[in-house]
Design a protein around this ligand. Structure first.
Ligand SMILES: Nc1ncnc2c1ncn2[C@@H]1O[C@H](COP(=O)(O)OP(=O)(O)OP(=O)(O)O)[C@@H](O)[C@H]1O
Length: 581
């Protein structure tokens, strides 16, 4: 518990003082909880010794009211301070995590971590936010209450104090076992919760594909299995705790009997005053109550512990360094883009080996080659989705690792095959390309990207809301909107992943017109599939097995009897690898 308190306290940043003050009030609340017992004992002793003036009753009554009021005040202050601190702290933590995620390499998001991020941001953070402060403050008050009760007993008789201490030690020993079990179980449970989130995301995001392939039954079954599995683990979590909780209950009861019998024994031996015996009777049945309440919360505590582990794990992921201070120069005699001996690995697996090429301003470089050769990786490295393993990538002579990420992004636009439109109006989706753009500029970009007509045919024109992922628009329309976004951005370097999926002839022609508008006067790095695009490229790189197998213009490469010529021949005879015409 102390370890968890320390972790939360260390993570509480500017709310440390507020939390510390809340805990002080909680401590006072714990002390005051036992004060009526002390008062009761004073009354008993006074009556027993024949001292019972009417004023005593008045004072005791007033004292009790005072204690109750003070207890309420402390409770109120600690609750208010701690719950506000919890919500404020986790609002900040979410923003911190958001900033951290923004600076993470893209690889982190594509390597199956979406479920983890979602469950950390929602389930884990919400659980800690709602529980941490009140549970921790309650824990503190239980611990202090227990300590005070033991001190009472030591004060009455050292043997009683010692006996209660031994019982407490036994409880702590068994509690350690419970904690160990709970820690393991809650880690398993939280991991399953993460898998469950992943399954739900998978199901909802892929619902279109699932329906197309008639997999609704199968995938629903997978999802139901995940739900059932989580339910089973939760039940197991509870069941595994039960024997430990029963053991603890046994020791609580056993401890009460021992203290009761020992008190009577000491009384009959003349070693314990009758007033003390009566005092002990007052609270002996609740003697280990605070510890009982504390272990009753152990399940919540351990879940909080594993939530903290997972939150810290995401925070511990290395960010992509963004400490560059050299902005891209306005002009330079160096090539627009240079790859110098670039190697790259996903984890341990090296997928690019010593790639070197230059791309001059306003030229087009086409990357072609077999699937899995490394074309997309080359494009991603230029946008600094990841950092190279060795070698350098330069933009206008400047190593991209020394350029502030925002400056690099200002100079690069990417047109992906997979388009993402936010749940917002078409206008706002377009304006993301350049937030400072005027309405006229947005409309102009839409016209250039051949979007204007279909936008105006929508019920609210530019103010029409598009669904999550742009579900209410056709693939070709979404693609053109994403191109309009890039036209508005007007970045000098464009990375274009040409669509491989077939769209109808009209759409294809519109997309091509939109791309032609976008690419005017730009430097282009194209992952090319269309023979037409490839033919017009200033330079073609054939990428195979992470290396440049061949390079040159279409004519140069066709003169060699190499991989490229083979690919084109295959394309022309419509077999296998196919750069479309
Ligand atoms: N996120 C990733 N994690 C691990 N390996 C990856 C990842 N992305 C790609 N790879 C691997 O890197 C290699 C190069 O992949 P890349 O996507 O760059 O090839 P490509 O030429 O663009 O293929 P395609 O034409 O099919 O898109 C492949 O072996 C691929 O399996």
């Amino acid at each position: 518990m102390t370890a968890l308190m320390k972790r939360i306290f260390m993570a509480s940043g500017k709310y440390k003082t507020r939390i510390a003050v809340a805990f002080v009030f909680s401590f006072l609340k714990g002390m005051l909880k036992n004060a009526p017992i002390g008062l009761g004992f004073v009354v008993l002793a006074a009556f027993y010794h024949g001292y019972a003036p009417p004023q005593l009753c008045l004072w005791i009554g007033l004292g009790l009211i005072f204690i109750l009021l003070l207890q309420m005040l402390c409770q109120n202050l600690s609750d208010r301070l701690q719950s506000a601190a919890g919500f404020l702290l986790f609002a900040d933590k979410r923003m911190e995590l958001g900033a951290h995620l923004r600076n993470m390499p893209m690889g982190y998001f594509t390597e199956g971590n979406i479920g983890k991020i979602s469950s950390v941001l929602s389930t884990d953070m919400v659980f800690i936010e709602e529980n941490c402060m009140d549970v921790l403050a309650d824990m503190m008050s239980y611990v202090f209450s227990q300590v005070i009760l033991i001190i009472f007993l030591f004060f009455f008789n050292p043997w009683l104090g010692l006996a209660s201490l031994i019982v407490v030690l036994l409880i702590l020993l068994l509690g350690r076992g419970l904690k160990k079990e709970a820690l393991t179980d809650s880690a398993v449970r939280q991991t399953q919760l993460e898998d469950l989130t992943e399954s739900v995301l998978d199901f909802t995001e892929g619902i279109g594909i699932i329906k197309t392939y008639n997999l609704l039954g199968e995938k629903s079954k997978t999802l139901s299995n995940s739900f059932r599995e989580f339910c089973r683990t939760s039940l197991e979590f509870e069941e595994n705790h039960t024997p430990w909780q029963r053991g603890l209950n046994l020791i609580y009861g056993f401890g009460v009997v021992v203290i009761l019998c020992l008190s009577l024994f000491l009384y009959f031996k003349g070693q314990l005053d009758v007033t003390y015996l009566l005092g002990i009777m007052l609270f002996v049945f609740d003697l280990f109550g605070p510890l009982k309440a504390l272990y009753g919360q152990s399940a919540r505590l351990t879940v909080m512990n594993s939530c903290m582990d997972r939150i810290e794990e995401v925070f511990a992921q290395q960010e992509l360094p963004d400490d560059g201070t050299h902005c891209i120069p306005e002009s330079s005699s160096a090539p627009q883009v240079q790859f110098e001996q670039v190697s790259f690995a996903y984890g341990e697996q090296e997928v690019l080996h010593h790639i070197s090429f230059n791309l001059e301003a306003n030229q087009m470089l086409a990357l072609v080659g077999p699937s899995g050769g490394g074309k997309s990786t080359i494009a991603s490295l230029l946008a600094r989705f990841w950092d190279v393993k060795s070698g350098r990538i330069l933009v206008r002579g400047q190593d991209i690792r020394t350029i502030p990420l925002s400056n690099l992004m200002d100079h690069i636009s990417m047109v992906f095959q997979r388009v993402y439109l936010f749940q917002d109006t078409i206008y706002n989706n377009l304006r993301m390309g350049r937030p400072s753009a005027s309405r006229e500029e947005v409309i102009e970009a839409a016209k250039k990207a051949r979007c204007y007509d279909f936008i105006m045919a929508l019920p609210q024109g530019f103010d029409t809301l598009v669904g999550e992922g742009g579900a209410s628009l056709s693939g070709g329309e979404q693609q053109r909107l994403s191109i309009a976004r890039c036209i508005l951005k007007d970045a000098p370097i464009i990375i274009l992943d040409e669509a491989t999926a077939s769209v109808d002839a009209d759409n294809e022609s519109y997309i091509q017109q939109a791309i032609n508008e976008l690419c005017q006067g730009k430097t282009l790095l194209v992952i090319a599939h269309r023979l037409n695009t490839i033919r017009h490229a200033d330079k073609i790189l054939v990428i195979a097995d992470g290396t440049i197998a061949e390079q040159g213009t279409h004519e140069e490469l066709m003169q060699r009897d190499g991989l490229y010529k083979h690919f084109v021949t295959v394309r022309e005879t419509n077999q296998g690898w196919s750069p479309r015409k």
